[in-house]
Design a protein around this ligand. Structure first.
Ligand SMILES: CC(C)(COP(=O)(O)OP(=O)(O)OC[C@H]1O[C@@H](n2cnc3c(N)ncnc32)[C@H](O)[C@@H]1OP(=O)(O)O)[C@@H](O)C(=O)NCCC(=O)NCCS
Length: 177
C-alpha cells in the first residue's frame, strides 16, 4: 500500500471488474473467458491497482524466451494522469526482474496515435524500434514497437531505482476521484 493505492496480483475473483475496465478502456477488449484463461496461464504477470476495493488500473504481460512482452495496461478514466499507470509499470518491471532470469528485452506494441501511452513508456526508457503496419484490425492503425533493451543481469534493477527516484510524488499520491 502506498498512500491509498495498493498493487497486487489479479485473481479470478477480480474478473468482473477487470472485464468492465477493459471494456471501458479498449476498442477490442478481451472476453471474460479469455481473461479467465490468461489469469490461469504460466509465465504471465497480471497486476491490479486498487483504491480500497475499487480496481483503478491493471497491467499484464507474458514471458517469451528472453523477452517479456507487455500485452495490456489501462487506468480507469477518472484516475488517469495521477500516476497509476506509472506505479503499475514500475511494479510490473520489478516483478519481471525478480521472477525471471536472463531477460534481455521488454517489448510492447502501442497505437501510433496513442500519445499518453507512448509518454508512459518513454518515461521508463522504452524506445521505438519498428512499426507493424495495420496491426490493429478494427481500424487498421499501425502499431509502434517499443523496447527496453540490453537488460543484462542486474541492469534493470539499477534502471528502475533511477526511474523510481524521478517519479513525481503524484505516483504515490491519491488518484483523483
Ligand atoms: C496509457 C494509460 C495507461 C496511462 O495511464 P495513467 O495512469 O494516466 O499514467 P500516469 O498518470 O502514470 O502517466 C505516466 C506518463 O504517461 C504520459 N501521459 C499520461 N497521460 C497523458 C496524456 N493525457 N497526454 C500526454 N501524456 C500522457 C506522461 O508522459 C505521463 O508522465 P508525467 O505524469 O510525468 O507527465 C492511460 O491513458 C489509459 O488507460 N489509456 C487507455 C488504455 C491504453 O491506451 N493503454 C495503452 C495500450 S498500449
Amino acid at each position: 500500500m502506498s498512500h491509498g493505492l495498493e498493487v497486487r496480483a489479479l485473481t479470478l475473483d477480480d474478473i468482473k471488474d477487470l472485464h468492465a475496465l477493459d471494456q471501458d478502456s479498449f476498442a477490442e477488449p478481451w472476453s471474460r473467458s479469455l481473461w479467465k484463461l490468461e489469469l490461469s496461464r504460466l509465465h504471465r504477470i497480471y497486476l491490479g491497482a486498487f483504491k480500497g476495493i475499487q480496481l483503478v488500473g491493471f497491467i499484464g504481460g507474458l514471458l517469451a524466451h528472453t523477452d517479456f512482452h507487455i500485452t495490456t495496461v489501462a487506468t480507469k478514466k477518472p484516475h488517469r494522469c495521477s500516476g497509476v499507470g506509472s506505479l503499475l509499470l514500475l511494479q510490473m518491471l520489478k516483478e519481471v526482474d525478480d521472477l525471471f532470469e536472463g531477460i534481455e528485452t521488454i517489448t510492447l506494441e502501442v497505437r501510433a496515435s496513442n500519445k499518453p501511452a507512448q509518454g508512459l513508456y518513454r518515461k521508463f526508457g522504452f524506445a521505438p524500434v519498428g512499426l507493424r503496419r495495420g496491426y490493429y484490425q478494427a481500424d487498421n492503425e499501425d502499431a509502434i514497437i517499443m523496447t527496453l533493451e540490453n537488460l543484462q543481469q542486474g541492469t534493470l534493477a539499477d534502471r528502475l531505482s533511477e526511474i523510481e527516484l524521478k517519479l513525481p510524488t503524484a505516483v504515490y499520491g491519491d488518484a483523483k476521484e
